[in-house]
Design a protein around this ligand. Sequence first.
Ligand code: NDP
Length: 505
Amino acid sequence: MNKKNESNTLTTAFGKAVDDDQNSLTAGERGPVIMQDVHLLEKLAHFERERVPERVVHAKGAGAGGYFEVTADVTKYTKAKFLSEVGKRTEVFARFSTVGGERGSADAARDPRGFAIKFYTEDGNYDMTGNNTPVFFIRDPLKFPDFIHTQKRNPATNCKDANMFWDFLSLTPESIHQVTILFSDRGTPATYRNMNGYSSHTYKWYNGNGDYYWVKYHFKTDQGIENLDRHQAEKMSGSDPDHATRDLYEAIENGHYPSWTLQMQIMTPEQAENYNFDIFDVTKVWPHEDCPPIEIGKLVLNRNPENYFAEVEQAAFSPGNLVPGITISQDKMLQARVFSYHDAHIHRLGTNYHLIPVNRAKNAPENSYQRDGFMRVDGNGGSGPNYWPNSFNGPEPDINAADPLYKVSGYAARTPYNHPNDDFVQAGNLYRNVMTEQDREHLVDNIVSHLSNALQRIQLRQTAIFYKADPDYGKRVAKGLGLDEDEVKKLAEMTAKERENATQQ
Ligand code: NDP
């Protein structure tokens, strides 16, 4: 820890020199503490307020600063200034995290890992809030709070609960793809440096001519994928719950700067229109064969935060932080995240959280009419006008910042994504075509060790879903759990509703 103060005299928060920081002020040598010890009162009162609310998801994390460098010309696809030139560098801050655990939980937990990057561009901050998995468990935001409840603690026992966990997933078959990735060894990455980051969602890039493209981001680790197996992860959780946090800090401290190569999948609107599934469904990937990723940049992390709370705990990312040239798609989950992230930060850090140095648009002027509120720590707009329109030279909207128009049609209705029966196809492809035999063995073992803690009727319902992805997958899980294979097969042949009815209490 370095001393940074110019003067070395200890002071109160308001700058008065402190005469003694070891002995409280008392009435007489052994008398009671007296209220005029303002230093003691200030110190205790601040201490009592040191914690800000922890994030309801992604509470445990580690972060670092660095840069992003463009390595290919993408001006055909986007007018984003930070992507405008090969060789151009933009300062970034990245935060990696687990999702379900509390701030003190183990880094080695089986969980997706958050992969969030803030680009401090000259057009304002751009946040890419991804995960280390290319898909997600659900595709409608109405399900999100319920899903997260099942990953947290049972309301009665306050313990993690395999019944809640698998009950929800087995009643939500669209989760099978993400469940298969989560229960492979990629669900327990060796470190934050040894995992990929994916946007998961489809975003829209647009150029200056009004053309737009659908895109997905893939940040591929240059350190190589490395995972812990179940036994290593369990041991690590007990012996060093902060192992990934420490690893990132030490690697950077020792000059081993982690980097990721950014590859993009890019689709034209015409390709998307005729595609064989809905490209806004976040439970699906775009197979590489249909849409080969192209390399466009490099992310390098080379600066440790000087203070964890200031930079990592207060870092606030939102998929709504966009720049001209990049916007969101109609993916329903993404649309809801645009609301939820900003809303969560206002709750956690206050309405002026954008003024906290790590969150400031440090390479672009902030010219808004937002004023006042708790912890307004800058000049609050000074004497300038605080309303629009005005005739006092206040900042003006710029029509060039508009997103390209897109057409919507249909009824206002609660309509599910509709592409019958393909929820199992990509999970099956992953199991059959991408995983090695050792990957499959570990996958089944990881599932069995967790699912065996749930009620048998829930085991049966979930194993039928594995069977639907691939009969071999289902049979091996059934064998590991000691379930009747024929019963699993029968359930797999039912509709989701029939399966639900057949496995109720
Ligand atoms: P490809 O064979 O072209 O690509 C397979 C991808 O799977 C590679 O990107 C590889 O990523 C990744 N991968 C390898 N092992 C695992 C694993 N154990 N768990 C998760 N991902 C793994 O196939 P397709 O593009 O046709 O996709 C087939 C399946 O691969 C998909 O259904 C999906 O489950 C998975 N996948 C696909 C991705 C995509 O964007 N198309 C992205 C990630 C996974 P890496 O280079 O990092 O090793």
